[in-house]
Design a protein around this ligand. Structure first.
Ligand code: MF3
Ligand code: CO
Length: 249
């Protein structure tokens, strides 16, 4: 079932989204060579809880930390540890914030120091792909319109689209219906309606689209060829005439 949010629910999600945005801004200040991913996790935990919210990833299906920090070939769900960021890394920060039972989900990828032109383009174009997808959102359009816009843009930039992981509805659970794939056909899938809230999250790779778990843990997902992956995500409210980005500035 796809939930249509009431104005009260939307208000709670706006606050969860705003704190999500501010948490990303706080983390951004500390993204530097030498910082450990666990330090970033603590900054997020402290900031989120200080603002009367909860880090919704913590204990979600047993996930052990407050945020996901995925470096280079790690696509999603990297677990914060004593690993340090270093020059030439790209790092994705993905986090969920809950307020009075309602959630927001957003991700960004940062570049540490100098990277090759192709890695820089991977990151920039993954962010652009997210906005291509968001630009389609409006009451009456189909999920496939978002999916197709993201896939077409990725193709044009010769990036591959991860297919094993998709965006999702979000609200009183982090993951709700519908799925929001980053690939698909225009005019296909369910119709968006005013009051739906969805997380759109392209994960684009420089090499193969194929991803897998490692033998380190049951969480981190990496590219099969070891080439880098970037990830951007926003939680978006469908409105009559378009959209509102709940995790935006
Ligand atoms: N942002 C993540 C997603 O959409 C949420 C992960 S929660 C975690 O999958 F527990 F897996 F970290
Ligand atoms: Co998500």
């Amino acid at each position: 079932m796809i939930n249509i949010k009431s104005s009260r629910e939307i208000e709670l999600m706006r606050y969860a989204g705003h704190i999500n945005y501010l948490t990303h801004e706080e983390i951004k200040k500390h993204i530097k060579v030498g910082v450990t991913t666990e330090q970033l996790d603590k900054i997020a935990y402290d900031f989120i809880t200080k603002n009367n919210c909860v880090p919704s990833c913590l204990n979600y299906e047993g996930y052990p930390k407050s945020i996901c920090v995925s470096i280079n070939d790690e696509v999603v769900h990297g677990i914060p540890s004593n690993r340090k960021l270093k020059e030439h890394d790209i790092v994705s920060i993905d986090l969920c914030v809950g307020y009075k039972g309602y959630h927001s989900d957003a991700a960004r990828t940062y570049i540490i120091g100098d990277v090759s032109k192709e890695v820089e383009d991977l990151v920039k174009n993954t962010e652009k792909a997210l906005y291509r997808g968001i630009s389609k959102v409006k009451s009456g359009v189909k999920i496939g319109d978002i999916s197709h816009a993201i896939e077409e843009f990725a193709k044009k930039k010769q990036l591959s689209v991860v297919k094993d992981l998709v965006g999702h509805g979000i609200g009183s659970s982090i993951h709700e219906e519908p799925d929001v794939p980053n690939f698909g056909e225009e005019g296909k899938g369910i119709i968006l309606k005013e009051g739906m809230t969805i997380a759109i999250e392209p994960m684009l790779n420089l090499g193969t689209k194929d991803v897998c778990l490692t033998d380190q843990d049951d969480w981190v997902i990496v590219t099969e060829d070891g080439l880098p992956s970037a990830h951007f995500e926003h939680t978006v409210l469908v409105t009559k005439d378009g959209y509102e980005i709940l995790t935006g500035e």
